[in-house]
Design a protein around this ligand. Structure first.
Ligand SMILES: Cc1ncc(C[n+]2csc(CCOP(=O)(O)OP(=O)(O)O)c2C)c(N)n1
Ligand SMILES: [Mg+2]
Length: 894
């Protein structure tokens, strides 16, 4: 029988292992890293060819990626930086505690920043580059609920006053307050990007970094080594958006991107991976996706132990512990740690014999050690060829002691009693006396103190303050209005969809001398659906590496052309990614002082409903640009059924305040809106987004009515398209339609005239949302100005002299017409497409939803009946004649 050692491994294997390791040591010395990698890869291949199935692992051991001996030297003044860090910690904590004393329930977070303070401070002191001296500066996505720490630092920097900190989470205070989280909409000179809806900042950061490259490759900005940093929580990586786009970053070799994931092992309720290991899990995911992964797990106190860990027993033990247990250790005494962690193996126990329990308790974590963090960041900024993620291990609620450190409740800890405050104060040596402590005063060292001077010097050396947002981009020149002229004239017999009209407008804009190069068309794999493939050849699809293959359709006129200076962002099937590009392009006016104009065209059903939260973030970020919902309308998109047919996106656009939403029917309407959007967003510099739905139904487009005010009416939301010229009518009606359904309304107008002698005027409602906002704005003004002459909502003004009954019909839910009904002079019948879509042709669908010309006709007759203008028999006969089944299924039925 073979002799076995204590671990059950035969001794000869041990000897064999030692021989291999020695051989490898020799190669490390003689051949270096590249040779080692090559050799290991060859060994692996050799084994696989010999039929050995090797388990795949993308993990390295549970230790720092950068060992102590390879660590760069810390350039800062450690002692002074520690004091600054402590002051930032204190002020951040004080801000939250005070706010919650002032008003219970106002909220705020202490423990997130407490865990991340070192991660931020090292970056502020040594890495984040500002925009001073015309430098590009880094783009930083701050973890949303770490905001108190960022404010606290800005206070020490002298950028925020005491009063601001006192009014944390009280933005409505007349003296001014601070937003709970990063909100550029509310603090436009401070925050750049909203981040607190978790998972959005990582995807936005990836596309931001890629967009920066795009601008360089297209010659719109000079090449720099500025970085995009995204600070995330480890729990945040649960969000599908957080990791959903990481392969894009590596595929496109975006090495200007650095993620820093604060692995405090906890989320809100408890451990992130109590039974697993989040750092190892993320390491595997990111390495598998091609990222450069830098783990920062252990602080310097562990270096000596690891140095003596010749047989790897410590590293092995480190890798055995699950996160829930690590969390437990962080709350326990040094004695407990000795018994349970080191006690597992006599060799381990011996390793720490010389350390007291107190010293064991003080064995720190990498994310709290400035030297380790610095080394990781330094390696990250120098790394080339792929993006980097720094996985830093920290303790949630670090410094909060018994009351919060590492506890499951710590995320929501907002109040500290006097003793807890005193402990925190003493631990971080904050110069506040016992008498003062209960008032939780903010502490700012004098202007001429070493701390303040150090902070200022460092930031000056690094190019200025961060975060700082500036939107001083010069106004774009007025748009050449000739571009739009052809669309006002009508298409005569030529039939086209509004999508085709839009594509024509877009390509004309792209060819425009001044604006053209600023246009950024963004498409998530739907170009052919929208007839945009002609743009491929002419403008090219952006690819950092150009085109490395001969496209299969190279012989054709409109081949699939990828190019380094390609203008089109063909994002593949990711509306979220495309929206993230839209945000990057639509905020470039602030980020880079370059007013790129994004046009993001997508399947309308997969816009507001699928990526509504990113649209909300875009609005917060003050994004400017055009969102185009293609193939829209519940009945206009034939055949596709309930998951494709959009009858709600216009309603979903209501709550986003900066979105102007339009449902145009005709080419001239589209032209008027795009022209105005360009004027307001790019010439006037308003932080708006324009949402336009476009359809795939072909029809001829009339010329713009020359009635005065048509253009203004389109923009305000409604105008009269035509008035009935029916001679000697018996009845009168006003019909309201939008988008492709306007054609049904026009047919109904004819039918009503010819068959029922109803003279109906037709109105195009281009934007229910505009009318809704106008109505409420007017009502509110009247309510608050009782002695002034009341103002009249635009809808009411339009319909002042309108005669007859009102019927409004939409290819969207009836909530749209109903939302403005109160401002109609009389009741209005609303027809719409509530309910699940169906797979069928257009006419069948319009019958099913009751929005075709026949149903509109019956609605008019029925309204006349209600006004006792005609007989029930007439309506009954019409239902019969028009072949409508009165018992047909209600589309709203489920
Ligand atoms: C989309 C979304 N869902 C939920 C929340 C609520 N929320 C705020 S912080 C938090 C826990 C965060 O944990 P982690 O990412 O680990 O950050 P930590 O505070 O531990 O640094 C949750 C669930 C949110 N802000 N956004
Ligand atoms: Mg966490």
């Amino acid at each position: 029988m073979k002799k076995r050692n204590g671990k059950g491994v035969p001794d000869f294997e041990e000897i064999e292992t030692q021989e291999w390791l020695k051989a490898l040591d020799y190669v490390i010395r003689q051949g270096g890293g590249a040779r080692v990698g090559d050799l290991l890869a060859q060994l692996r291949d050799h084994a696989v060819r010999a039929g050995i199935h090797l388990p795949f692992s993308a993990n390295t051991s549970y230790v720092n990626t950068i060992s102590a001996e390879h660590q760069s030297v810390y350039p800062g003044n450690g002692e002074i930086e520690q004091r600054i860090r402590s002051l930032v910690r204190w002020n951040a904590l004080a801000m939250v505690v005070r706010a919650n004393r002032e008003e219970t329930g106002i909220g705020g977070h202490i423990s997130t920043f407490a865990s991340a303070a070192t991660l931020y401070e090292v970056a502020f002191q040594h890495f984040f580059r500002g925009r001073g001296d015309g430098r590009e500066g880094d783009v930083v996505y701050f973890q949303g609920h770490a905001a108190p720490g960022i404010y606290a630092r800005a206070f020490l920097e002298g950028r925020l006053e005491r009063v601001h900190l006192e009014n944390f989470r009280r933005e409505l205070d007349p003296k001014g307050g601070l937003s709970s989280y990063p909100h550029p909409r509310l603090m436009p000179e401070f925050w750049e990007f909203p981040t607190v809806s978790m998972g959005l900042s990582p995807i936005m950061a990836i596309y931001q970094a890629r967009f920066n490259r795009y601008l360089e490759d297209r010659g719109l900005k000079r090449e720099t080594d500025a970085k995009v940093w995204a600070f995330l929580g480890d729990g945040e990586t649960d969000e599908p958006e957080a990791l959903g786009a990481i392969t894009l970053a590596s595929r496109e070799k975006i090495d200007n991107l650095i993620f820093v994931i604060n692995c405090n092992l906890q989320r809100l309720d408890g451990p992130v991976r109590g039974n697993g290991n989040i750092i190892q899990e993320l390491e595997a995911a990111f390495r598998g996706a091609g990222w450069n992964v830098i783990k920062v797990i252990w602080a310097r106190e562990w270096d000596a132990l690891l140095d003596r860990d010749h047989d790897g027993v410590l590293v092995k033990r480190m890798g055995e512990i699950v996160d829930g247990q690590w969390q437990k250790y962080s709350t326990e005494s040094g004695g407990y740690f000795r018994d349970h962690f080191f006690g597992a193996d006599p060799r381990l126990k011996r390793m720490v014999e010389h350390l007291s329990d107190e010293q064991l308790k003080k064995l720190g974590l990498g994310g709290h050690d400035p030297q380790k963090v610095y080394a990781a960041y330094q390696a990250a900024v120098q790394h080339q060829g792929s993006p980097t993620v720094v996985l830093a291990r920290t303790i949630k609620g670090y410094g909060l002691g018994e009351s919060g450190e590492g506890r499951n409740i710590t995320h929501q800890q907002k109040k500290l009693n006097e003793e807890e405050l005193r402990d925190f104060r003493s631990r971080f040596a904050i110069p506040i006396s016992d008498e003062q402590i209960d008032g939780v005063p903010f502490y700012k060292p004098p202007e001429n103190s070493r701390e303040t001077e150090y902070i200022k010097q460092r930031r000056q050396a690094l190019g200025g303050w961060i975060p700082a947002r500036s939107a001083s981009v010069p106004a774009a020149p007025a748009v050449n209005s000739e571009i739009f002229d052809e669309f006002y004239k009508g298409s005569e017999d030529r039939r086209a969809s509004t999508t085709m009209v839009f594509v024509r407008i877009l390509s004309k804009l792209m060819r425009d001398e001044t604006l053209g190069r600023l246009i950024v068309p963004i498409i998530p794999d739907e170009s052919r659906t929208f007839g945009m493939e002609p743009l491929f050849r002419q403008f090219g699809i952006y690819s950092h590496v150009g085109q490395l293959y001969e496209p299969v359709d190279r012989e054709t006129l409109l081949y699939y052309r990828e190019a380094k200076d390609g203008q089109i962002l063909e994002e593949g099937i990711t509306e979220a990614g495309a929206m993230a590009s839209f945000i990057a392009a639509g905020t470039a006016y602030a980020t880079h002082g370059i007013a790129t104009i994004p046009f993001f065209i997508f399947y309308s059903m997969f816009g507001f409903q699928r990526i509504g939260d990113l649209i909300w973030a875009a609005a917060d970020a003050r994004t400017r640009g055009f969102l185009l919902g293609g193939t829209s309308g519940r009945t206009t998109l034939a055949g596709e059924g309930l998951q494709h047919q959009d009858g709600q996106s216009h309603l979903l656009a209501y709550p986003v305040p900066s979105v102007k939403a339009y449902d145009p029917a005709f080419a001239f309407e589209l032209a008027v809106i795009v022209k105005e959007g360009l004027r307001r967003m790019y010439t006037q510099g308003e932080d708006l987004m324009y949402y336009l739905t476009v359809m795939n139904e072909n029809y001829s487009h009339p010329a713009m009515p020359d009635a005065e005010g048509t253009e203004e009416g389109i923009l305000k939301g409604m105008y009269r398209f035509n008035a009935s010229e029916l001679p000697d009518p018996l009845f009168r009606a006003q019909l309201f339609g939008s988008g492709a359904i306007l054609k049904e309304v026009l047919s109904a107008q004819r039918l009503l005239g010819e068959k029922y002698r109803v003279a109906a005027d037709v109105w195009s409602i281009v934007s229910y949302k505009e009318l809704y906002y106008d109505g409420h704005e007017t009502e509110r003004w009247n309510r608050l100005h009782p002695q002034e002459t009341p103002r009249i909502p635009y809808v009411t003004r339009c319909l002042a002299g309108a005669e007859g009954v009102f019927v409004a019909v939409s290819d969207y839910v009836r909530a749209l017409p109903d939302s403005i009904a109160r401002w109609f002079p009389r009741g209005v019948t609303s027809l719409g497409t509530d309910g699940f879509g169906r797979s069928d042709g257009r006419q069948a669908l319009r019958d099913f939803f009751g929005v075709d010309s026949r149903h509109i006709t019956v609605a008019v007759l029925s309204a006349l009946l209600r006004e006792n203008r005609l007989d029930a028999g007439v309506v009954q006969q019409a239902i019969h004649d028009l072949e409508i089944d009165p018992e047909q299924l209600d589309s709203m039925a489920v």
